[in-house]
Write a protein that binds this ligand. Structure first.
Ligand code: LLP
Length: 424
């Protein structure tokens, strides 16, 4: 999925809307998203699996800003929620409980009770103990909970170790060889219904092998369970499809489908997909302003932005690469050179990019950090007492503020504020 952010003679544009103009109105730092790019990415995924009974459950963890979640619902997506908070956001965005799957290692008793009481589509259980806790709670509530067991296939997703989840050394799921017994031993428990099997081997996967192997494991187990007489209704392949952060071609939706469909032909069961990044990453950019520049002896040049790891944590946390482009127009033949583009946080890891070839940067110039729509705003923090940035959605040649900038009052509203000290 190519970026909707295009450099033009007049500066950076998002679907024809000037990024400089909107950033001047809402201020920097800010997130900008293209609704068209979200729609295109969703439809490309949906089309890739056409002809195979399937349902996309957008993984809210990638970006759960209400307006975007609503957009996904309007497109016909289901939701994948990873916490009680995400379930509630999905519901606020108009999803019915039946259209939500609830995943997540370490669901609390309260979260499970809420999910069961609401009648969540499927709870993806992470352990035998969790299946039992779901059964006990459902019994107490007089409900029958739909459950799938998440299996850990011991597959190396080949992505960053922090976001690989399918290895035995990872905390996720139950070993695949133990899963069959979990289903067999609990299939007659009246307060649960085993409706599926779940797998998710990692995120930002860029080669077909791990996805194909995950599908094979899933289908093998699903068919074995059906042979055991477990009346499954779906197989959930999880998410994980990577994007091309550095513009080198990686897997796309069609390649994901091509990798898994041969395996899926061995089962009549409908499949669920839980993509997050592949739907929203390319649709978003973080726009920031240069607040300082400096050159060290030897020539290393820094551009310090008004955004940092508090707004976009991926470079600091995973050493992730994001393209950085100027927002203003770049004169033909303008001098370019290497810049270290860094944030203002008191951490040496607060770096967006080193040795980035960019035109001359001056204080007040603006730059955009691309492919920031997934795991960007959602991973923001108030570290250094910084306020969460606003978010803007570009749609149909115009833009809307979908989240305002957080204020100090928003943040301090949670804290005890003794009278007498204020203002002194
Ligand atoms: N389903 C499950 C069970 C997951 O754990 C995840 C992501 C997804 C679906 C969606 O995966 P996606 O299609 O987005 O790859 N913060 C990291 C990514 C963490 C992913 C966690 N789980 C990053 O910025 O790269």
């Amino acid at each position: 999925m190519s970026s909707p952010f295009i450099s033009t003679a007049a500066g950076l544009a998002c679907d024809g809307v000037s990024v400089a103009d909107l950033a001047s109105e809402v201020g920097t730092p800010c997130y900008v998203y293209s609704a068209k790019a979200v729609r295109d990415a969703y439809r490309a995924l949906d089309a890739a699996f056409e002809g195979r009974a399937h349902r996309i459950h957008y993984a809210l963890k990638a970006n759960s800003t209400l307006a975007l979640v609503r957009l996904l619902r309007e497109l016909g997506s289901g939701a994948d929620a990873n916490s009680g908070g995400e379930i509630r956001v999905a519901e606020r965005a108009g999803f019915s409980a039946a259209d939500i799957v609830f995943t997540g290692v370490g669901k609390t008793a309260d979260e499970l009770a809420y999910a069961i009481a609401r009648g969540i589509g499927t709870i993806n259980a992470e352990s035998a103990g969790e299946v039992d806790r779901i059964a006990a709670r459902a019994l107490a509530l007089g409900r029958v909970a739909s459950v799938a067991v998440r299996v850990n296939p011991d597959i190396d997703a080949g992505s960053h170790p922090h976001i690989s989840t399918g290895l035995r050394s990872n905390k996720f799921g139950v070993p695949v060889e133990e899963a069959r017994a979990i289903y067999r031993e609990r299939r007659d428990v009246g307060s649960i219904r085993f409706t599926g099997v779940h797998i998710h081997v990692g995120s930002q996967i860029t080669s077909p092998g791990p996805l194909a192997r995950a599908a094979r494991t899933l289908v093998d187990l699903g068919e074995a369970l059906r042979a055991d007489g477990v009346p499954l209704e779906h197989l959930d392949l999880g998410g994980g499809l990577g994007i091309a952060y550095d513009e080198r071609r990686v897997l796309d939706a069609a390649a994901w489908a091509a990798a898994v469909l041969p395996e899926l032909r061995r089962t009549p069961l409908p499949i669920l997909l839980e993509p997050g990044r592949a739907i929203v990453a390319a649709a978003g950019a973080l726009v920031a302003r240069v607040v300082d520049t400096k050159t060290y002896p030897g020539g290393r040049r820094f551009a310090v932005l008004d955004a940092g790891m508090t707004e976009l944590m991926r470079p600091a946390l995973y050493g992730a690469f994001h393209r950085i482009v100027p927002v203003g127009p770049v004169a033909e033949g303008a001098a370019v050179g290497p810049w270290d583009v860094v944030g203002p946080i008191c951490e040496s890891s607060d770096v967006f990019g080193q040795d980035r070839v960019l035109p001359e940067l001056r204080v007040d110039d603006r730059v955009a950090v691309l492919d920031a729509g997934a795991y960007g705003a959602v991973m923001g923090s108030n570290y250094n007492r910084r306020m969460l940035p606003p978010e803007v959605l570009v749609d149909g040649g115009t833009w809307t503020l979908i989240r305002r900038r957080q204020t100090l009052d928003d943040v301090l509203a949670l804290e005890t504020q003794e009278a007498g000290c204020a203002g002194s």
